[in-house]
Ligand binder design. Structure first.
Ligand code: S3P
Length: 440
């Protein structure tokens, strides 16, 4: 649904970030806990569920397919219906802005007995879906899409899927997860080979729900018919949301914050390594594990940053953190170069173009490439930037305001609620001088 009220952020320079900060639950893990809880046998309880628009879209989709889910703030109780217990939804499933919901659910729905369709908002309707359609068709699914393989998808029910052995042509955890979920409904084994490492939350969550996987080197196999068994899931805080504070505290002199109980899954945590390589002062405390996912408190103190060439093999495992990393780069001495990151062009916005546009508006020298960007660090000026309706662009530029020479205004920040409801309040509590300006 389009936002009727336009929301801008206005950030004044001079904030210092301090204290303990608990960002909301991990978005990727929340989606997966919900999906597997819905098709599990028995009652699943989820604590720390992200109450963002994206994960609530997944929740509403399962409710519309007859799954009983009770939500008490960030705690869910899901009455699983088993692999084949979903009911046909009365209308198309509208997954809003959420690529994870659309792609993972397409896999899960390809094996159902009923027809259904998936749609989303204007941004999601522009995002590539051919990458999931092609292998699902190979498995025997019947799916038709809009022009250029985009949403809406019509998924035909009652098809018998067969396992495939498939090598991912793009480094995408969403694609891998889509096929593993479809694999639960297929005859035989589904094996996915990933030449480039991507986040493994689906694999870990399947194992938490007692689904046995064969995982060897870069291959993951799941057997058709393996039914998830209900369990208790604790969702760690989202490292992608914490990343804005990692960068903010690094660049705002005098800052010293601790982000508590944040997921640090090694297939997802390259932002920490990249920032440390740039000279950030980051330490991990109280490292532990919940529901098969590692987590830690992350302490960050301000420090002088330097530009680096970001290793290409770190790109996929820091993919959502580039808006924040590029703000760090703009505040670093020298040039930061990103390559091998063409996927950034097909996120909630074209994040290479969106970051280049905003950084230039704040006086930073930027060169873009098809698959990357060079940012030359310097003094940011105040100015006005566009979020392009993208939550992570909005939050990244909010942090840029800490070190700009004048106020930074960010247009169109309503989408922050997709992944980080309450961001401005939490950031203000931490010390960011942020004002929310609404105009209806
Ligand atoms: C996600 C995977 C990533 C990431 C997205 C969430 C997931 O997408 O950008 O925000 O939960 O699997 P790709 O795997 O398509 O790169």
């Amino acid at each position: 649904m389009p936002d009727l009220v336009s929301i801008d952020y206005l950030v004044s320079p001079g904030g210092i970030l301090n204290g303990d900060i608990r960002v909301p639950g991990d978005k990727s893990i929340s989606h997966r806990a919900l999906m597997l809880g819905a098709i599990a046998i028995g009652e699943t309880r989820v604590d720390g569920f992200l109450q963002g628009e994206d994960t609530l879209a997944t929740l509403a989709a399962f409710q519309s397919m007859g799954v009983k889910i009770q939500r008490n703030n960030d705690c869910l109780t899901i009455q699983g219906v088993g692999l084949l217990g979903l009911q046909p939804p009365a209308a198309a499933l509208d997954l809003g802005n959420s690529g994870t919901s659309a792609r993972l659910m397409a896999g899960l729905l390809a094996g159902q007995a009923f027809d259904c369709s998936i749609t989303g908002d204007a941004s999601l309707r522009q995002r590539p879906m051919q990458r999931i359609i092609e292998p699902l068709l190979k498995m025997g699914a019947v799916i038709s899409a809009g022009p250029q393989g985009k949403l809406p998808l019509q998924i035909r029910g009652g098809r018998k899927l067969s396992g495939i052995n498939y090598t991912l042509p793009v480094a995408s955890a969403q694609l891998k997860s889509c096929l593993l979920l479809a694999g639960l409904y297929a005859d035989g084994k589904t094996c996915i080979n990933e030449p480039v490492l991507t986040r493994d939350h689906t694999e870990r969550m399947l194992e938490t729900f007692a689904v046995k996987l064969e995982r060897q080197d870069r291959q993951i196999c799941v057997a058709g018919g393996a039914t998830p068994i209900a369990t208790r899931v604790f969702v760690p805080a989202d490292l992608s949301s914490a990343a804005f504070f990692l960068v903010g505290a690094s660049i705002a002199e005098g800052s010293d914050i601790t982000l508590t109980r944040v997921g640090i899954n090694p297939t997802r945590n390259a932002v920490i390594e990249i920032l440390c390589q740039m000279g950030a002062d980051i330490s991990l405390i109280n490292v532990s594990e919940v529901s098969g996912e590692p987590l830690a408190d992350i302490r960050v103190r301000s420090s002088a940053l330097k530009g680096i060439d970001i290793p290409e093999n770190k790109v996929a495992i820091a993919i959502d953190e580039f808006p924040a990393i590029l703000v760090a780069a703009a505040n670093a001495r020298g040039v930061t170069r990103v390559r091998g990151a063409v996927e950034l062009r097909v996120k909630e916005s074209d994040r290479i173009a969106a970051m280049a546009s905003g950084l230039r508006a704040l006086g930073i020298v930027v060169k873009t490439k098809d698959d990357g960007i060079d940012v030359t660090g310097g003094q940011l000026t105040g100015g006005t930037v566009e979020s392009f309706g993208d939550h992570r662009i909005a939050m990244a530029f909010a942090m840029a305001g800490l070190r700009a020479s004048g106020p930074v205004r960010i247009h169109d920040c309503g989408n922050v609620d997709t992944s980080f409801p309450g961001f401005p309040d939490l950031a203000a509590e931490g010390g960011l001088l942020i004002e929310v300006i609404t105009d209806d």
